[in-house]
Structures are given as C-alpha cells and as structure tokens.
Write a protein that binds this ligand. Structure first.
Ligand SMILES: [Zn+2]
Ligand SMILES: [Zn+2]
Length: 375
C-alpha cells in the first residue's frame, strides 16, 4: 500500500535557517520543499523524516548535505541544483531507493565512487560542476539512463594519454601494516582480538571503508589509481578506478586480468554492509564458532595469499586458539544499518541555547530583509 503523500512546502519564504525541531515531524511528511530560500546549512535532524520520498533543496546556498540524510531510506528524489555543494556524503550509498539526483550548478569536483552502489539510480544531473572524470562504478549501474554533464570541464584524450605516460614512472606505495591488518580482518570477517588493538574498531567502520573497483576487496587509505576511457553519445569520458593493489597497468593487462581466477584480494564473503566482526563469538558458543572459523580460514588458505597475509592469519589463528573466545572483544559498530547516527531530539524552545540566538538573529533580520526561520 502506498503511503499518502504529505508535503511541507516552503518555497520562496526567505528562510535562512531550518530549526532542528523539524525532526519532531518524524514520519509525518513525504515531500519536503525548501527551495528558493537562503539556506546555508540543513540540520542533521532532517534524518528523522523517515518517510521522506522527495526532497527539494534547490536554489539555496547550501555548502553540505547532512550525512544523516542517509537515514531517510525511502528517498526517491533529491533535488539540490543551484547551491554551493563541494562534495556528496559517501553515506548516500545507503539510500537504496534513490532514482533521481539533481546536483546541477554546484561546486562538486569529485563524485564519490559510492554513487555507483545506488542500484536504483536512473537520472543523475551534474551539469555545470567542475567535474573532470567519473568513478568507474557509476557506469556499472544498469538502471542509469540519463547522465547530464553539460558544462563540466571533462578530461580529454590528451589528458588520458598523459595519465598513461605517467604510469611508467609510478611508484607503488604499499598499504600500512594497520591497513593490511584491517583488510585481512574485513575480508575474512574475523574478530578483533585484544592484542591487535590499533584503533582497528573505528578504522573498520563502514564509513571508512571503500571497495576496490576491480576486485571489490576492502581499501582504506592506500590505493592505486587507474584510468579508462569510454565514449557515450560521441563524448569521451574518463573513468577513474581505485584499486587495492596493482591489478593491471595497461589496457592489455586489464583485459587479461579479467580472465584470471578470483583475485586473492577479493572478499571471501561478499557482504554489502561491510565489516561484521562483532559478536561472532559469544562465550557459550565460542567452541563451535571457533571450529567454523578455523575451517573457513583453512579453506581460504587454498587461495593464493601474500606472505604477509599468511603470516598475519597464522598468528591470528594461534591466538584465537589460545584465547578460546575469552579475550575477543565485541565492537560497537553500527554495521546493521551503517548510516549516520542522528543527534538526540531536544525541544529547545524554552532553553537559552545557541540555537535561540540564531532564531533571534533571524527575527531581527526579518524587519530589515524579511528573513524568516522555520519554527
Ligand atoms: Zn522553489
Ligand atoms: Zn582489488
């Protein structure tokens, strides 16, 4: 059953601020129109609008979109054209119903590769942004049927040739030991043991993890950049790939790499929500999980591993047996949803907090510039 549409229409009201109290509307509205105002910022509490399907923030002065918008998981249409956005939050990948994104006339120079994970995306408008290239993931979306990129200073054939030439002098800087450890833990969904705490819990948080374009393996900080070119509608587009290691160097390499068997860097368990190493072993069931874990580790040994990885796994496994589940720690990760945590909803109407100050400013302004504040 379709929910009844309830709209909050506040177009052209000279708004300069939206109060955090908007969160109290909760699931009451499906359409939010805040276009043609003077908004520079949106409150993170906007993420409380659980039933939001269409959001129109166009023609404002927004510099960011709150990452908590990823909590509005029913969102189908996001209109943000004519603002001052410089980036998009990568948490957008959790908006798995989003079909239309309009980001025209903003200041975005890099599209996050996570855009390619929105499997429902049909229409992406990025006209008149300083975008020069696209994440390769975007072109894997089977649903995408319109990409409007007019007025973007796209890279040319000449730029591509320069990138390829530069490759010859490329020095590959391998990932740090911390990143290597995190990659192994992620790929095997192995628990974090007490002795290997290097702030790995926060490091492994889904918002910190990206995926290798080639093998889908995890990567955190270190990556290898590769370029590809495609022609769409007589326009040359350069696609950027982020690899977890040197999967291929040349176009010929790439094609032959496609025929290789599974890369050793690929995740053993394909889990879209990221690392789930927490709560794997409770004290009661530790024996049986230990057996399961051991067999999966042994099985995975038949794949070709790097020497470093083998050493790390061996050490983890021996420690796992020693600890017998006792020193395994549960990690308070938000892996179930992965979206950004919402701030608590506080009714501040009676308080004299910093928020009231801003409202007052807005009220004073109203007399001079007819500026108003929502609520
Ligand atoms: Zn409007
Ligand atoms: Zn890879």
């Amino acid at each position: 059953m379709q929910t009844k549409r309830q709209a909050l229409l506040l177009c052209s009201r000279n708004l300069i601020l939206v109060s955090p109290h908007i969160g109290f509307l909760g699931g009451a509205i499906t359409d939010l129109e805040l276009c043609h105002n003077n908004l520079r910022i949106l409150p993170p509490e906007i993420g409380y609008l659980k039933n939001l399907q269409k959001a129109n923030f166009s023609n404002n002065k927004l510099e960011t979109i709150p990452t908590t918008l990823s909590n509005c998981y029913k969102l189908r249409e996001l209109i943000c054209n004519n603002n001052r956005l410089t980036s998009l939050p990568s948490s957008f990948k959790f908006l798995q119903k989003l079909q239309v994104i309009d980001l025209g006339q903003n200041r975005i120079s890099i599209l996050p590769q996570e855009l390619g994970l929105i499997s429902t995306l049909q229409d992406l408008d990025i006209r008149e942004n300083p975008i020069k290239f696209f994440p390769s993931e975007l072109f894997r979306l089977k649903t995408l049927h319109r990409l409007e990129a007019s007025g973007c200073p796209l890279y040319t054939e000449q730029d591509y040739n320069t990138f390829v030439e530069e490759l010859e002098n490329e020095e590959y800087s391998p990932p740090s030991l911390k990143e290597l450890a995190a990659r192994v833990l992620y790929r095997h969904q192995a628990p974090i043991l007490k002795h290997m705490q290097m702030n790995l819990e926060s490091y492994l948080h889904p918002s910190n993890t990206s995926k290798c374009t080639f093998c889908s393996g995890p990567l955190f900080e270190s990556c290898v950049i590769r370029w590809r070119k495609v022609v769409k509608d007589n326009t040359l587009l350069l696609l950027q790939e982020k690899h977890c290691w040197r999967h291929w160097d040349s176009e010929l390499d790439r094609v032959s790499a496609l025929f290789r068997c599974k890369e050793w860097t690929a995740p053993l368990v394909l889990d879209p929500s990221g690392y789930k190493g927490d709560g794997l072993l409770s004290r009661k069931s530790s024996r049986s999980s230990l057996v399961v874990r051991r067999s999966s580790l042994v099985r995975s040994r038949s794949n070709s591993f790097s020497i470093l990885e083998q050493a790390f796994l061996k050490k983890s496994l021996s420690n796992l047996e020693e600890d017998a589940g006792e020193s395994l720690i549960r990690i308070p990760l938000q892996v179930e949803t992965g979206v950004d945590t919402l701030p608590p909803l506080i009714d501040r109407r009676k308080e004299k907090g910093p928020f009231n100050v801003v409202v007052q400013k807005a009220r004073q302004l109203r007399h001079t510039r007819s500026a108003t504040s929502l609520f």
